[in-house]
Design a protein around this ligand. Structure first.
Ligand code: FES
Ligand SMILES: [Fe+2]
Length: 442
């Protein structure tokens, strides 16, 4: 296949709609790249396991020791039966076909009639053990990589952790979680959250109180990010494109915006944050400038977190500004970190990975809770064909994003469309993603 190369202002449409491209991703991307399998929170006790499926590969991720997480192909080494599915707790893994068993560390526990292999000098227990997969953790995420010769996770993630480690995401726990099947390519869904350029048209209700909504966007190694420079138009003021003056009193706009996010996204801003923001109206002067309003807001949020016994990362203002708003970790993780609530998205091809028109989209709202005060992990998995519409019942803001996805996938098939005219300033993270993607698949 030949088509136009990726540029800062162009991404070929074949990346999203061609079966051949999906097949190349399946063979050359997903088999060689670090990807999030789960959160460490899902594996609290030795023996807790989850299965993570990517294309037609299935991986068991298990807490094999108090400080150890292991990953194996989800297959019996005897005659290839899939071992398990979903998640659960195990003291050992067992194959239902002929009853072979393995310890949590993947070593053989039992092979029925093992003496039958006594005459074979070219097989040993090493050949019968579960096949190990590379696994590592960062920020409370458990990553796997199917390539035994892959680069270390830390080198792959660089330079992102330098910006995000201060948020202490490893201590954040699930507030809620949805997994839906969406009628679009996995990258179409992901990229709906990889830029802020769409906010004015897709989420116009957010502009009042948003402050500056013009974004900067940067490549960060294999990864990317975007953020806002609010120094000219502060939070609490109407976005400049509304052509309204910056009010002397920033508090009402800011408080309204924070409550809007909490009530219609249920993520990033927490209930604690929203209640803390309301204190601005009575405990901050109406004439306070942007820096004072913001520092009071953060002080009230910190007090609310600590009063609840919840962890509060000690972030400096410089660290908050440098971290921007939204990160893309190649290939398929997006997160929007804050000191209290972090929203994460994970996108994957649906099924065996050869159909470019469907994906599985996981949305994880994380929050810092008092130890033990977090709700039980409940993944709402809705993989019916129209299950993605359920997101409308969860979040009005996300519903607006999801309504774009299906229409983009349909639109890109039009013969008159050659590719994305990505914004070379505000969508750098997207074009960078495709540049890196081609390094894998070409
Ligand atoms: S296929 Fe698993 S024990 Fe035979
Ligand atoms: Fe959006």
């Amino acid at each position: 296949m030949t088509h136009n190369p990726v540029r800062a202002d162009f991404v070929p449409k074949e990346d999203y709609i061609c079966r051949d491209f999906a097949r190349r991703e399946k063979e050359r991307l997903w088999t060689r790249v670090w990807q999030v399998a789960c959160r460490e929170q899902e594996l609290p006790k030795v023996g807790d396991y989850i299965t993570y499926d990517i294309c037609d590969q299935s991986i068991i991720v298990v807490r094999s020791g108090p400080e150890t997480i292991s990953a194996y192909y989800n297959v019996c080494t005897h005659r290839g039966r899939r071992l398990t599915e979903g998640c659960g707790h195990a003291t050992r893994f067992h194959c239902n076909y002929h009853g072979w068993r393995w310890n949590l560390d993947g070593s053989v526990q039992r092979i029925l009639d093992e003496k039958d292999w006594a005459g074979c000098d070219n097989v040993s227990h090493d050949d019968f053990r579960l096949v190990d997969i590379k696994v590592d953790t960062w920020g409370g995420f458990v990553f796997i990589n199917l390539d035994p010769d892959c680069e270390p996770l830390a080198a792959f993630l660089d330079p992102m952790p330098g910006y995000i480690d201060p948020f202490e995401l490893d201590k954040a726990k699930f507030r809620w979680s949805y997994s839906v099947r969406v009628p679009c390519n996995w990258k179409v869904a992901l990229e709906a959250f990889d830029e802020g350029y769409h906010v004015a048209a897709t989420h116009p209700q957010l502009l009042d109180g948003f402050g500056e909504d013009y974004t900067w966007s940067k490549a960060m190694g294999k990864h990317g990010m975007f953020g806002y420079d609010k120094s000219t138009c502060p939070p609490g003021a109407p976005a400049p494109r509304l052509n309204r003056p910056i009010p002397d009193d920033l508090r009402p706009g800011l408080v309204r915006y924070i409550h809007l996010i909490n009530n219609t996204l249920h993520a990033i801003t927490t209930e604690k944050d929203a209640a803390a923001a309301s204190r601005l109206l009575t405990e901050c002067d109406a004439s306070a400038g942007p820096a004072e309003v913001l520092s009071k807001l953060l002080a009230f949020q910190e007090q609310a977190a600590k009063a609840a016994g919840a962890h509060w990362p000690a972030l400096t203002m410089e660290q908050r500004i440098a971290a921007g708003t939204d990160w893309h970790v190649f290939p398929n993780l997006i997160f929007l970190p804050t000191g209290t609530g972090t929203l994460c998205y994970r996108s994957r091809p649906w099924g065996d990975g050869t159909d470019p028109d469907w994906c599985v989209y996981d949305i994880w709202s994380l929050e810092h809770y008092a130890p033990g005060a977090e709700p039980p992990v409940a993944h709402n998995v809705i993989h019916s064909e129209d299950g993605w519409k359920a997101i409308g019942g969860v979040s009005e803001i996300l519903e607006q994003d999801f309504l774009n996805m299906e229409q983009v996938q349909r639109g890109m098939k039009q013969a008159g469309f050659v590719g994305n005219r990505t914004n070379p300033v505000q969508e750098v993270a997207i074009s960078n993603m495709h540049r890196v993607l081609h390094d894998y698949v070409d």
